[in-house]
Design a protein around this ligand. Structure first.
Ligand code: AMP
Ligand code: GLY
Length: 433
């Protein structure tokens, strides 16, 4: 069969790489792909992003399975367009993707269904938002309502920071947030204390299959300092998700969400990502929903997936996930993101990347992969930076420590000007002695 992966980041490189390893799959197209998917002989980049053009391409080239990586095509309704033409695709409809595309929708939904999350209020008026933070005090969290690639959130530790964030989001829109129909709005919410984890499931609207747990590192710099980013590294499994926490998340968050969306006439299909905050007593609350796999979580999760991804996704698209059980490598996978100079606000493009390892043979046992994200193949064949997060260097190891050592060993020879990466990915899972 032929498969199509929509998107061009590290998550999509990992999805395409994993699909290409399936004996069922003859060819994998990636739209638009990146420098890494261009280099891989088994993958084929297609320069398309428009939903109708993608559906035309899938029909014309005999693609029988499509999977969507990022939020933007989901919010643009690519799943609706494919389904209307009878094309099989894994992802939520535009209506269901509102769990991610509108924070206000997600928060209201959680309130209606009693799903644990932070207290919040939504504001379009800056003066009212300012007055609200004055009354509430700091720390407090200010979020832009709309798609901002993980950057539209300010965890304000002082009132001054909170006021600045409100002006920044409601007036300047210097973050480049893609607003919803209601225009610029902010969600202001209670600060939650605890440890974060990413809990991602695959669902056909009825059966829910939890993927391996993982943990992202949202802040730019070591020690969880600096601005929020789309994610600077991840590892799987996340020890904070104990069997007890896992059961609570399924029972209190995931199952009520899938059931609630179905009851409201917007059955959710595809990958649902619950970003969790787990307190010291092991009680999970939902920080956010994403209507897709996380990035860089997908890279570490897919490194550990032993099942045939094409087979799993076909069942998801057919509505027969009840016939699937997922098999995982018991080792830890850990991924370190190398980001461009100026990331997250002003990433620089066009820096040449040197020292990349040669691509692995497709039949070899792979214990390390350099997934490409913001890269492009220049006319002279060189790989250059072309986005904020450039690479995700991912490795497997018997422990978090050995996976970490291996990932940094693979990373060390890779060079581009201005590269930024954290040197402490996995720190929460490595016990101090
Ligand atoms: P979001 O885009 O909603 O996932 O927010 C990005 C990051 O901001 C999260 O991963 C958390 O680290 C942090 N954050 C968001 N909401 C809260 C909250 N209510 N309390 C504490 N931290 C938060
Ligand atoms: N790594 C966080 C996300 O994909 O939203």
């Amino acid at each position: 069969m032929k498969a199509l992966v929509i998107g061009g980041g590290g998550r999509e490189h990992a999805l395409a790489w994993k699909l290409a390893r399936s004996p069922k799959v003859q060819q994998v197209h990636v739209a638009p792909g990146n420098g890494g998917t261009a280099l891989d002989a088994q993958l084929h980049n297609v320069a398309l992003t428009d939903p109708a053009a993608l559906a035309d391409f899938a029909q014309a080239s005999g693609v029988t399975l499509t999977v969507v990586g990022p939020e933007a095509p989901l919010a643009a309704g690519v799943v609706d367009v494919f389904r209307a033409r009878g094309l099989r695709i894994v992802g939520p409809t535009k209506a269901a993707a509102q769990l991610e595309s509108s924070k206000a929708f997600a928060k209201d939904f959680m309130r209606r269904h009693g799903i644990p999350t932070a207290e919040y209020r939504t504001f379009a008026d800056a003066a009212e938002a300012h007055a609200h933070v004055e009354r509430s005090g700091a720390p407090i969290v200010i979020k832009a309502d709309g798609l901002a690639a993980g950057k539209g959130v300010v965890v304000a530790t002082t009132l001054a920071e909170a006021h600045e964030a409100i002006d920044f989001m409601l007036q300047g829109n210097r973050l480049g947030v893609q607003h919803n129909a209601e225009g610029a709005r902010v969600v202001i919410e209670e600060f939650l204390d605890g440890e974060e984890a990413s809990f991602i499931v695959l669902t056909d609207g009825k059966t829910v299959l939890p993927l391996a747990s993982s943990q992202d590192h949202k802040r730019l710099r070591d020690g969880d300092r600096g601005p929020n980013t789309g994610g600077m590294g991840a590892y799987s499994p996340a020890p904070v998700v104990t069997p007890n926490v896992h059961a609570k998340v399924m029972h209190e968050i995931v199952q009520p969400t899938i059931a609630g969306m179905a009851r409201e006439g917007m059955p959710f299909t595809g990958f649902l990502y619950a970003g969790l905050m787990i307190d010291a007593q092991g009680r999970p609350k939902t920080v956010e929903f994403n209507a897709r796999l996380g990035d860089p979580e997908a890279e570490v999760i897919l490194m550990r997936l032993k099942s045939d991804l094409a087979d799993v996704l076909l069942h998801a698209a057919h509505g027969t996930l009840d016939q699937v059980s997922l098999q995982w490598d018991r080792r830890t996978a850990l991924g370190v993101v190398m980001a461009a100079h100026g990331y997250p606000l002003n990433p620089r493009k066009g820096d040449a990347i040197d020292g990349l390892p040669p691509p692995a043979r497709d039949d070899a046992e792979v214990d390390a992969m350099v997934f490409h994200a913001g890269t492009a193949r220049a006319d002279d064949g060189r790989i250059v930076t072309s986005g904020g997060r450039v690479l995700c260097v991912t490795a497997l190891g018997e422990s978090v420590k050995t996976a970490q050592q291996r990932a940094y060993d693979v990373l060390r020879p890779i060079h581009f000007d201005g590269a930024q990466w954290r040197s402490d990915i996995g720190h929460r899972a490595i016990k101090p002695r």
